[in-house]
Design a protein around this ligand. Structure first.
Ligand code: BG6
Length: 495
């Protein structure tokens, strides 16, 4: 495959641009993409001419669209923005109708973009991936793709390796790999980026970052929300494709990868690719003991009675999982024998995401009491708060014998950095404008991720893997319904 030869990140300057959002009146665009642009503009980063074009398939109703959008611009991060600030931004936002695969329908879009012939065009596909091919062909047929155009692809990219490859083949008929930005918003989160600094700017951690010193790695993304209004999408994906295939695997890559030679897009992506290739596939022997899939039943979420998954999606025979836990290994020298535990679920007790690096116990306990010396842990909390904790054994003050207990050394992002934290999408959209692909997935990475995911889906199918039911508003499948061997799944959850 053609790899980018250099990362233009540091060199590409802000240039005037049009950002055209397909699915522009959809949820993601209104909640995340357009507010992200608004915030970057307010921060003075978009101090260049630009236009935002939201594409709708319906008859455009700019007033109704603005009414939907304004609440998401008005209040964010507990700060209320003024009407004047909002109106200034809204002047740059246009609503244009276009059907995905209808060249005649793109005439309004063409006419609009042709007024700004020297701007770079960024096409943001915030639609189901089945529309990516038709949109690309139509843009190409209308002459709207040039050497400076870029395309941003929202996940999920297909539902299998073959479908993802097929979508990619359609996109690469118009765009080169260096023009393609496969977005994973987890990579835009501050704490996730800090992982790189933590690992590669601190000698202390990197020295201990291996199987000799680390016993296990846990990556947990728990959500208290259910499937909300995305029943039909979610029921076809489930937790494995919705969260593990992208977000959790990307987190795993950042934890497990070797130091790249430079912080450049292809250097980083080459290292992530090696991790994905080293991930041990699941098979019919390991699938039953090394994975759990679950589905939520009725329960209480934040004190409110909520429906079961089946009631939420109004389809009573669905086997889709809303919880998944997987034990896997990165089969290379650095990580030999270290389990990586991945867990994610909807309708869990709370929104709670973190990476825990569990260090091994000290080799020999010199203290007379022989009380257990808890392992050191490095906890990287992604949400709700952004924080790093290093759990270390500490002497309990007082005379007499040595008594000790684990105490956390904490770095709370909010205490250390008072400024507002940009949302993940803000960082990523700016990277697209500036041509920095470091935080975006390359096609070969995506293929390797799909290949591993397919080892799970095919083994689940072969084993006819059942769902374990769990009550909404809990930590998910409990010890009572798991075999002894499987208690790793719940034992290591932290409150
Ligand atoms: C999305 C998934 O990619 O990530 C959603 O499709 C999920 O199902 C969301 O809720 C979680 O993102 P965050 O940033 O709220 O953790």
């Amino acid at each position: 495959m053609k790899a980018t030869t250099k990362n233009q990140a540091q060199t590409e300057r802000f240039q005037p641009f049009n950002i055209v959002v397909f699915g522009g009146d959809g949820d993601l665009s209104i909640r995340k993409i357009l507010p992200a642009l608004f915030h970057r503009d307010l921060d003075g980063q978009l101090n260049i001419p630009y236009n935002v074009v939201a594409i709708t398939r319906k008859t455009p109703d700019i007033k109704g669209f603005q009414e939907k959008l304004i609440p998401f611009l008005e209040v964010s991060d507990h700060h209320k923005y003024s009407r004047a600030e909002i109106d200034k931004f809204l002047q740059k936002v246009h609503l244009i109708q276009a059907e995905n695969s209808n060249t005649a329908d793109y005439k309004d879009l063409s006419a609009f973009l042709n007024q700004f012939a020297d701007y770079q065009n960024i096409y943001y596909y915030s639609t189901p991936s089945s529309a990516f091919g038709p949109i690309t062909q139509t843009l190409k047929a209308c002459g709207l793709v040039t050497a400076t155009s870029k395309v941003v692809l929202e996940k999920p990219l297909g539902h299998s390796l073959a479908s993802s490859d097929a979508i990619n083949a359609e996109i690469t008929q118009a765009f080169d790999e260096h023009q393609i930005y496969r977005i994973d918003h987890y990579l835009g989160k501050e704490t996730v980026q800090n992982l790189m600094v933590l690992r590669f700017a601190n000698n202390l951690f990197e020295r201990a970052w291996n199987a000799e010193n680390i016993e296990s790695v846990q990556i947990t993304v728990a959500e208290s929300l259910g499937v909300e209004k995305r029943a039909s999408y979610y029921d076809q994906s489930g937790a494995l494709l919705d969260m593990v295939q992208n977000h959790l695997l990307q987190l795993l890559c950042l934890v497990a990868m070797e130091p790249p030679v430079l912080l450049e897009a292809d250097e980083v992506r080459n290292e992530k690719l090696k991790v994905l290739k080293a991930l041990r596939p699941l098979n019919k022997k390991t699938i039953l003991k090394d994975t759990v899939k679950g589905q939520y039943t009725r329960g209480k979420s934040n004190g409110v009675q909520v429906n079961s998954y089946l009631e939420d999606i109004e389809k009573y025979d669905s086997k889709t999982e809303t919880f998944v836990a997987i034990k896997t290994y990165v089969d290379n020298w650095r990580w030999k024998g270290v389990p990586f535990l991945l867990r994610t679920g909807k309708r869990m007790i709370k929104r709670y995401s973190e990476i825990v690096i569990n260090f091994r116990e000290v080799k020999h306990n010199i203290f007379p009491s022989k009380e257990k010396l808890n392992n050191n842990k490095l906890i990287i909390r992604l949400q709700p708060e952004e924080r790093i904790e290093l759990i270390q054994m500490t002497k309990i003050p007082g005379p007499g014998g040595y008594r000790y207990k684990p105490i956390a050394l904490k770095l709370d992002y909010n205490d250390s950095f008072k400024e507002r934290f940009p949302e993940a999408y803000e960082r990523l959209i700016i990277d697209v404008i500036r041509g920095n692909q470091t935080l975006f997935m390359r096609q070969d990475e995506l293929q390797a991720a799909w290949a591993w995911i397919e080892s799970v889906t095919s083994s689940w199918k072969a084993a006819n893997m059942p769902n374990v039911l769990y009550e909404a508003g809990t930590w998910g499948p409990g010890d009572d319904i798991l075999n002894d061997d499987e208690t790793w799944i719940t034992k290591t959850w932290r409150e």
